[in-house]
Design a binder for this molecule. Structure first.
Ligand code: F6P
Length: 371
């Protein structure tokens, strides 16, 4: 029987659902019955710490052990229940213009005899996967990011768990906000995409939702708050995406480095709003940034299932020899698209059909009535 090696890695920010995807890549590749019918015997090699694992496979001071190891069905049996990624991850970019290590990656792919690679990641990790594909590597991708900003798919692993975290935390904030008649500004992640704020805000019934795709006016927020108070509302939940900004201003950035992919760290818009809203309305206002809580915890049922389906479909792509593609979820089906299509542009909220620019909230017509 033909023997082939599949490498699997997770890159970029961690999230819930990754371990489920890894588990099902391993289980599907190593399944006895399938191996016989495919007439290929697979071996699955786990690559630790994202692309770093293929740059420094022997490890380094940070990880004084090999970053390359064989995965067995027994090892991954319980992984789908756990958050994060048991393979570890990093934001290492082998094609970083300041330190291009792509040759080393290609050499190590040869050295460890990896015939195929499954890259589980967002736009950055899959961008590297696409470049490796163009250099001749047989790569397939699995979409993950709590930001849900990849094109070519309606779902990215980790998103639903993050929305659940937002909803649960806001449920907690409601009782304290209501007791004190306060305004709570809740900052979510999402980078330049408003999906987490919009869907997290809708799930938790937030009064105001602010997204990067539509610049807000602070006066309008104050008006909405005062209007609600006149109607007898005791407290307000305002959900703001980290990338949202007031009209005429730029995004608020955290101090810190720019990563290997050129991303600046966003954060601080919640605190900014807390001060601005209190200054005008004189209503006690507090802010909280949900930050990495959104990426943590156990995966929700949906992420476990989607990780399973994406993992299985990734091996299907390899068996069908359809490389340079990413598995996806579109129109209710798991299929695949070229990696190039997934990374070509960010998938952002369509303000025209999904956002209410008067109420700063989700749209009140789904079927387009009265638009
Ligand atoms: O892309 C996922 C994400 O969680 C963004 O929403 C956020 O801006 C960023 O990663 C945070 O990155 P880090 O974990 O490096 O602080």
């Amino acid at each position: 029987m033909d023997k082939k090696r599949i490498g699997v890695l997770t890159g970029g920010g961690d999230c819930a659902g990754l371990n489920s995807a890894i588990k099902w890549v391993v289980k599907t590749a190593l399944d006895d019955r399938l191996q016989r019918s495919r007439k290929i015997q697979f071996e699955v090699i786990g690559i630790r710490d994202g692309w770093k694992g293929l740059i420094q496979p022997e490890g380094d001071e940070e990880a004084p052990f090999s970053r390359i190891y064989a995965l067995t069905e027994e090892m991954v049996r319980t992984w789908d229940r756990y958050g994060g990624t048991n393979l570890g991850t990093s934001r290492t970019n082998p094609y970083d213009p300041k330190n291009n290590c792509s040759k080393i990656v290609l050499e190590n792919i040869q050295r460890f005899q990896l015939d195929f690679l499954v890259a589980i990641g967002g736009e950055d990790t899959l961008g590297v996967a696409q470049k490796l594909y163009l250099e001749g590597m047989k790569v397939v991708g699995i979409p993950k990011t709590i930001d849900k900003d990849l094109s070519g798919t309606d779902y990215t692993l980790g998103f639903e768990t993050a929305v659940n975290v937002i909803t649960e935390e806001i449920d907690r904030l409601r009782t304290t906000a209501g007791s004190h008649r306060r305004i709570f500004v809740v900052e979510t992640m999402g980078r330049h995409a408003g999906w987490l704020a919009l869907e997290g805000g809708e799930s938790s019934g937030a009064y105001i939702i602010l997204i990067p795709e539509y610049d807000f006016e602070i006066n309008k927020i104050n008006e909405l708050v005062l209007e609600g108070r006149k109607k007898g509302i005791r407290y307000d939940i305002i959900v703001v995406a980290e990338g949202a900004k007031p009209r005429g201003r730029s995004e608020i950035l955290k101090e810190g480095d720019i990563d290997g992919f050129g991303h600046k760290m966003l954060g601080g818009i919640g605190e900014f709003l807390e001060k601005e809203i209190f200054r005008s309305t004189k209503i006690e206002t507090r802010s909280i940034s949900l930050s990495h809580l959104q990426r943590g915890g156990v995966p929700c049922a949906y992420d476990r299932r989607m990780g399973r389906y994406f993992g299985i479909a990734a091996i299907d792509l390899i068996v069908r020899e359809e490389f340079g593609r990413m598995v996806n979820y579109q129109n209710g089906r798991i299929t695949s698209v070229p990696l190039q299509e997934a990374i070509a542009r960010l998938n952002l909220v369509d303000v025209r059909t999904q956002y209410d620019t008067e109420r700063y909230n989700g749209r009140r017509t789904i079927l387009g009535v009265g638009m």
